[in-house]
Design a protein around this ligand. Structure first.
Ligand SMILES: NC(=O)c1ccc[n+]([C@@H]2O[C@H](COP(=O)([O-])OP(=O)(O)OC[C@H]3O[C@@H](n4cnc5c(N)ncnc54)[C@H](OP(=O)(O)O)[C@@H]3O)[C@@H](O)[C@H]2O)c1
Length: 251
C-alpha cells in the first residue's frame, strides 16, 4: 500500500482499467443511502457524471430532493432523483450505504424491509470512534467484526454485501473536476458480486477496483479510513491508496 501519488505511470495504468470489470450486463442505475452527506454526495456526482442513473436516499424526502437538485446543478445532464430511504433502497439492484456508524443499524433495519433477493448492498460505512464522540483516528469494536459484517446480518437472505470505498475521500470525490488516481478495495464473499461493483465504480475515471478478499477482511479495509484520517491530518491532504505490483487485468 502506498499513499496516493500522481505519477504519470499510474495514470496510464488506471486508464487501462477503466471499464475493465467483466460482468454480463453492467448496472446503469444505483441508489445511494446517505447521499445528502459528504461521501454519498460525491459518489452521486461522479456516477451521475459517468452516465449512471442515481437515486439519492435520505431519512427525509425533502432533503433527498434538495440533494438531487444540487447534484443536477453540478451535473446538468445527469439523471438524479431523491427518495425516502426505504423507497430508494427498493429502486435499484445496487444500493450503496453511506451513513455514520451510529445510524448504521437503524438505517439497515429500516431499509431491509424494502430490500429483496438478488440485490447487492455496497457498504461504505466505517465504525469510527467519532461516531460516539471519540477520535476519528480510532475504531470501535463491532461484535460481528466490521460494519459490513453487521450489515450482512441485517439484510434479508439473498442480499449480498460488498464493502467498498473506505479509502476514497469524500472531498476528492465531491470536487468532481479533480482527477482521481487511486484504488478501491472491494471485499465480499462472492467474486461475481465484487466484479459487479467494480463494473459500476470503474465507470468513475481514475478509480481502479481491487478484489481484497472475503467480507471478513472488511475489519481491515474499514480501519484504513482511520489510518488515512491520521495521514490527512498530518499532511493536510485527501490521500487515497494505491497497491503496486498487480497485473494489468484484475477482473
Ligand atoms: N467522508 C469521507 O471522506 C469518508 C470516506 C470513507 C468512508 N466514509 C464513511 O462513509 C460514511 C458516510 O460518511 P459521510 O462523511 O458522508 O457522513 P455524513 O455526511 O456525516 O452523513 C451521511 C448521511 O447519513 C445520513 N444519516 C443517517 N443517520 C444519521 C445520523 N444519526 N446522523 C447524521 N447523519 C445521518 C444523513 O442523511 P439524511 O439526513 O439525509 O438521512 C447524512 O447526510 C461514514 O460511515 C464514514 O465513516 C467517509
Amino acid at each position: 500500500m502506498a499513499a496516493l501519488a500522481a505519477a504519470p505511470t499510474h495514470r496510464r495504468l488506471v486508464r487501462r482499467h477503466i471499464y475493465s470489470a467483466r460482468v454480463s450486463a453492467p448496472d446503469s442505475s444505483v441508489t445511494i443511502i446517505g447521499a445528502s452527506g459528504a461521501l454519498g454526495f460525491g459518489l452521486a456526482l461522479r456516477l451521475a457524471g459517468a452516465g449512471v442513473a442515481v437515486t439519492i436516499g435520505s431519512r427525509d424526502v425533502g432533503r433527498a430532493d434538495e440533494a438531487a437538485a444540487r447534484a443536477l446543478v453540478a451535473v446538468p445532464d445527469g439523471r438524479v432523483v431523491g427518495m425516502e430511504n426505504a423507497a430508494a433502497a427498493a429502486a435499484s439492484e445496487l444500493v450503496v450505504l453511506s451513513v455514520p456508524f451510529r445510524s448504521h443499524h437503524e438505517t439497515l433495519t429500516h431499509i431491509a424491509e424494502a430490500m429483496r433477493d438478488g440485490q447487492l448492498l455496497i457498504d461504505a460505512t466505517v465504525p469510527l470512534a467519532a461516531a460516539v464522540g471519540g477520535k476519528p483516528t480510532r475504531m470501535l469494536g463491532v461484535w460481528q467484526g466490521s460494519a459490513a459484517e453487521q450489515a450482512q446480518e441485517l439484510v434479508p437472505d439473498g442480499v449480498s454485501v460488498v464493502a467498498a470505498l473506505h479509502t476514497v475521500s469524500a472531498a476528492a470525490l465531491g470536487d468532481h473536476h479533480h482527477p482521481l488516481d487511486e484504488d478501491v478495495l472491494l471485499v465480499g464473499d462472492k467474486r461475481a458480486d465484487k466484479a459487479r461493483v467494480a463494473a459500476l465504480l470503474e465507470r468513475i475515471d481514475g478509480l481502479r477496483c481491487v478484489d481484497a478478499g472475503r467480507l471478513e477482511m472488511a475489519r481491515i479495509t474499514e480501519s484504513l479510513t482511520a489510518l488515512l484520517i491520521a495521514v490527512n491530518i498530518r499532511h493536510k491532504a485527501h490521500a487515497g491508496i494505491r497497491l503496486t505490483g498487480l497485473p494489468d487485468t484484475l477482473w
